[in-house]
Write a protein that binds this ligand. Structure first.
Ligand code: 5GP
Ligand code: ZN
Length: 113
């Protein structure tokens, strides 16, 4: 837990969210400003500021996030989706607790803006 981290507070239930999945390591909830019909965030409960802060011991956790995200996407009715990790402000990161965006339910353009 990092003091004043929004996503630490959400994963602890201190700030309400539309939760889709939770286990001892991972928390999944809908994005408050969805950019697609299905748009949710997969986060570790452990505070990691972003992809560039990952340590070797986090590798399995990140792998689990992808597998959990895929299961939640299926449950939400999307078999095809986009996965995004923003790393740093220039890339669009606004919350500095690592999160995997999963977007689905519409056609996507490439490259992203
Ligand atoms: P980033 O821009 O850092 O990659 O993504 C942060 C995401 O968190 C944004 O898509 C934003 O809409 C979402 N977000 C920000 N504050 C909240 C909140 O309080 N609740 C939820 N559910 N999502 C949030
Ligand atoms: Zn945090």
């Amino acid at each position: 837990m990092s003091d004043n981290c929004l996503f630490c507070k959400i994963s602890k239930g201190e700030i309400p969210s539309d939760k889709l999945y939770e286990d001892d390591e991972i928390f999944v909830f809908r994005d408050i400003a969805p950019q697609a019909p299905v748009h949710f965030l997969v986060i570790p409960k452990k505070h990691i500021s972003g992809p560039s802060a990952l340590a070797p011991q986090d590798e399995q956790l990140i792998g689990r996030m992808m597998r959990v995200g895929n299961e939640v996407a299926k449950r939400e009715g999307v078999e095809q989706y986009r996965v995004v990790f923003n790393n740093g402000e220039q890339a669009g990161q606004t919350v500095f607790h690592i999160h995997m965006h999963i977007f689905g339910g519409r056609s996507m353009t490439w490259p992203p803006g």
